[in-house]
Design a protein around this ligand. Structure first.
Ligand code: G6P
Length: 611
């Protein structure tokens, strides 16, 4: 988490850094700060979002052609002005921002305290900065050398950017485990946690790798490893347009992204799904056709919404590929001693491609001989680069903190992978596959249709926005949809919501049902339909308030609902891509109704780069 931005060149750094920070606020918004270098080094920082920093800098001296900026998601030390980045070293000559966690900061801090240092904040960042300065002073070496020595002592993850007032046009950056992109301009360079801060200035970027150090000046980018050997920067061309990261007339990014789904799902299927020939092209995955044919086991690893996509895919893979499928929380998997056999397939699912737990979990599995396939949205991200092969979701930049379009794109890609493997293993008949491919092709139009029903959803949101708790139920393919619906509501509206398998309700949650409790039941027509209708009866009998996600013209289901949201009929395997849409909208409109900041929900961050 945390967003970092840097600029060095001929322009004023401040406006570039501030604009970049606004684009990176999705990574955290507990506090914001900038350090600017002109004739002196100036630091401005403030608890809260970028807008609060802008207020306190009004009328201040903001000149300088070199600058760094930070938007924080607090780990060490509460959100406050004092703990906001950039931090200044004891001498006041160095300023540093940091994304990540220095795990052995306690030990380093003690060493500094023993030497008489007095720290001003509770952060691990200030400890590392002073540790670097201490090495620089003691060894009478360059800042670059001091950073190298210090980083060899550090455990944890970091991207750090430093400015030294003795080198006014230089930013030194280093990375391990957190993302860093450097944009190459004409006589200027840009730095960012992702490419969004530099999009309007350059399309040429370098993704810095772990254990690399960059010395960035307006005219020069020097890349080295921690052994002080020079590396050749690998310059890549960005394929994102500026419009993709702007709101485009919508009130929130989340709403824009929900409404983009017909297009994003279409983009994801384009060139891959060939319903007319009954085939799927996934060139990355196809390199591993033999391994996939022989595989005994697939383990899906992910966090948050991506984990829900994996859980949905588990049902699809079992059905189509007749494989053992396990779906794991990356944060649990990485600390177990999981049994991995060479040749096992790991499917890493991640929107950002930077989630720290997912990254380490796949690193561990890779070391044990597993084949890593990535299902990732952000092109060039760490997980994408660490995977042996994969398929991008092509959903475009997702900025709303609560994931929406990335989820449906993940489902589309995972479904195609399952179909591909099923075809390779001959575990799905060509007739069934062809029918499914035609159905899959029709999904974007069906999503479009659901999106035209927003008025009833707004009405329902108004009606239920004051509820204290919500229960979400679903069965089979719709169980993960219920989990995702509950997660969306929690994230966006701060209403407590629980997702449960519909039939498990009898083993606990039914005790919560009373005339106050809204129970959202995902009850579209599928092989469990009759059973789910019985569950709805059970809730109704206890005066629970059933909100049904039901198939159009399903009068039997409609009769059991206090309120209903309709979706077009679809094969049960593909229905989650449709059924989740009204749940995203319901959460969105309830959040708006409650006056919540839906794009930046409290305490959350979009890209979780700390464990
Ligand atoms: C955070 C985000 C979620 C996301 C999860 C996993 O919690 O707020 O929206 O699902 O991380 O992120 P990933 O980028 O790996 O999909």
């Amino acid at each position: 988490m945390c967003g970092i931005v840097g600029y060095t060149g001929l322009r004023d750094a401040y406006p570039i850094v501030i604009k970049g920070l606004k684009r990176l606020e999705y990574r955290g918004y507990d506090s914001t700060g900038v350090a600017l270098m002109s004739d002196t080094l100036r630091v401005y920082k403030k608890m809260g979002k970028v807008a609060s920093l802008e207020e306190i800098t009004l009328g201040k001296e903001l000149g300088g052609n070199t600058g760094i900026g930070h938007t924080r998601w607090a780990t060490h030390g509460e959100p406050s002005d004092r703990n906001a980045h950039p931090h200044l070293s004891a001498s006041g000559k160095l300023a540093m921002i940091h994304n990540g966690i220095i795990e052995n900061y306690g030990q380093l801090k003690q060493e500094l305290i023993n030497k008489g240092y007095q720290l001003k904040s509770d952060t691990d960042t200030e400890v590392l900065l002073n540790f670097i300065e201490e090495i620089k002073n003691n060894n009478a070496c360059s800042l670059e050398e001091a950073i190298r020595i210090a980083l060899k002592r550090v455990t944890g993850t970091y991207v750090i950017l430093l400015i030294d007032s003795e080198m006014p046009d230089t930013i030194i950056a280093a990375r391990k485990g957190s993302p860093l992109v450097i944009g190459i301009g004409k006589g200027e360079h840009f730095l960012g946690s992702d490419a969004s801060p530099m999009l309007e200035y350059t399309k040429e970027v370098v993704y810095v790798n772990d254990y690399e150090l960059a010395i960035v000046k307006p005219q020069e980018l020097i890349l080295k490893n921690l052994g002080n050997e020079r590396l050749t920067p690998y310059v890549q061309k960005l394929d994102i347009e500026l419009a993709a990261i702007e709101k485009g007339g919508y009130e929130h990014f989340m709403l824009k992204e929900i409404f983009e789904q017909p297009k994003t799902i279409f983009d994801c299927l384009r060139g891959r799904l060939h319903a007319d020939t009954g085939t799927i092209t996934l060139s990355g995955i196809e390199q591993y056709s033999k391994a996939l044919q022989k595989a005994n086991r697939i383990v899906m690893i992910a966090c948050g919404t991506s984990w829900h996509a994996g859980l949905t895919a588990e049902y699809i893979f079992e059905e189509c590929c007749r494989l053992n499928v396990e779906v794991e929380y990356a944060s649990e998997f990485r600390y177990r001693n999981p049994v991995i056999h060479p040749g096992d397939i790991i499917l890493a699912i991640s929107q950002s491609g930077e989630t720290a737990d997912t990254l380490v979990a796949i690193e561990n599995a890779k070391a044990k001989g597993a084949i890593i396939l990535g299902v990732v949205n952000v092109v060039g991200s760490s997980i994408a680069r660490m995977s042996h092969a994969g398929a991008y979701t092509h959903a475009g930049p997702e900025i709303g903190v609560a994931s929406t379009k990335a989820f449906t794109a993940q489902l589309a890609v995972l479904t195609m992978i399952a179909f591909k493997i099923g075809q390779l293993r001959n575990t799905i008949s060509q007739e069934r596959l062809s029918a499914l491919l035609h159905e899959l092709e029709a999904i974007p139009a069906k999503v479009e249709k659901i999106l035209s029903y927003v008025e009833p959803i707004k009405k329902i949101a108004k009606q239920y926005a004051q509820a204290r708790d919500f229960l979400y139920l679903g069965r089979g393919y719709n169980f993960p949809v219920a989990l995702e619906g509950a997660l969306k509501l929690k994230e966006i509206s701060y209403i407590h919501a629980e997702g449960y398998p519909a039939a498990e309700m009898k083993h606990g949650p039914i005790a919560l049902v009373d005339e106050q409790l809204p129970v959202v039941v995902v009850a579209t027509r599928d092989s469990y339909h009759e059973k789910v209708l019985s569950n709805m009866q059970e809730i109704k009998a206890r005066k629970g308030r059933v909100i049904g996600i039901i198939t159009e013209e399903d009068t039997a289901a409609l009769e059991l609902c206090e309120a209903a949201l309709h979706v077009p009929a679809a094969d049960e395997m593909l229905a989650p891509m449709l059924n989740v849409i009204p749940l995203q909208l319901l959460a969105y409109y309830i959040g708006v109704e409650k006056g919540c900041d839906v794009d930046k929900p409290r305490n959350l961050a979009k890209s979780v780069t700390v464990e």
